[in-house]
Design a protein around this ligand. Structure first.
Ligand code: GLN
Length: 296
């Protein structure tokens, strides 16, 4: 079957099972199969052009991979890749797929680290330390390192399988990040008051709320999703507590949460002694993270 027709049919099939991005997913699956076959990278644009011009054949295995996607296996598990800021991360079963809304946390981290770097320069100091508590695939830790060269970065992860993905991503990117298999709520003993930035995208879904997308409910590790209490904030609270201990005076803590948790998160930050507590909105204007500075 010509590629253009195979793509139309796949898009229809995926839309029927509720995957709104069916057409894009089908094109990305073709790109993945062609790249695997040829070696190297193939963009979605090349697939679209090849389908339109009739210069690209429908790859072998397309039907099977579309069937897997139709059964709601996440696109990122099928391609093995997730994109986060400037990174191409390797992902699969056993690790949380990084989300675009988490990317915005890095803007706040970068602003703070750049300010600190200037202050350090003036004071003749050169060490900057950043920590990602519950790093999963390593997305936030690796981005902090990539976008702040010279910063010492630690990614803490309790799940062994997730830490393996993070370690693999660290090796593949060649970024100088240390992945530590530790409980984020007790991480980095001895580092109290010495960290410039702590960032976290913790598990925060209320235990009673099951995510509606099967890609999330059935394929993201539940350990990365559920916050351990009815309001979803038990684990985030323990992580925030540890962050308050690790962060140096004047240091920054940024944490993602659900939209409905914004007020509770702001109260939690203030209670833990963070100052200038501020809600961060995602690109669609929803209150999805909170930041605060440790008292000087
Ligand atoms: N953001 C997740 C989701 O979309 C929830 C858990 C998390 O990010 N830590 O399902």
């Amino acid at each position: 079957m010509p590629l253009a027709e195979a793509l139309r049919e796949a898009a229809r099939r995926l839309k029927t099972v509720g995957i709104e991005s069916g057409r894009a997913d089908a094109e990305l699956l073709v790109a993945h199969l062609v790249a695997t076959d040829r070696g190297g990278e193939v963009s979605r644009g090349e697939v679209m052009a090849g389908a339109a011009a009739g210069t690209l054949d429908t790859p072998k295995g397309f039907d099977q991979i579309v069937a897997a996607r139709a059964s709601r296996v996440p696109l990122q598990h099928l391609t093995g890749r997730a994109y986060f800021r400037n990174l191409t991360l390797h992902v699969g079963p056993g690790v949380f797929i990084p989300r675009p809304e988490t990317e915005v946390l890095i803007d706040h981290v970068n602003a703070h680290l750049r300010r600190r770097a200037h202050e350090n320069e003036a004071a003749g100091r050169d060490r900057l330390v950043a920590v990602d508590l519950a790093t999963g695939s390593g997305a936030l830790a690796l981005s902090m390192s990539q976008e702040n060269p010279g910063c010492e970065v630690y990614g803490v992860e309790l799940s062994r399988s997730a830490a393996e993905w993070a370690t693999r991503n660290t090796e593949l990117t060649g970024l100088p990040v240390s992945i530590l298999v530790q409980d984020a709520t007790r991480a980095l003993p001895g580092w109290e008051g010495r960290v410039d930035v702590v960032v976290s995208n913790p598990p925060y879904i209320p235990t009673t709320a099951v995510p509606k997308d099967p890609e999330v409910a059935d394929h993201d590790p539940s350990m990365a999703l559920y916050g351990g209490s009815e309001d979803g904030l038990a684990i985030p609270k323990d992580i925030a507590q540890r962050a308050s201990e690790l962060v140096r005076p004047g240091g920054l803590f940024v944490m993602e949460h659900a939209e409905v948790q914004a007020e509770a998160a702001a109260r939690m930050f203030s209670k833990l002694g963070f100052h200038e507590v501020e809600t961060i909105h995602d690109l669609t204007g929803r209150p999805r993270a909170t930041k605060g500075y440790s008292g000087v």
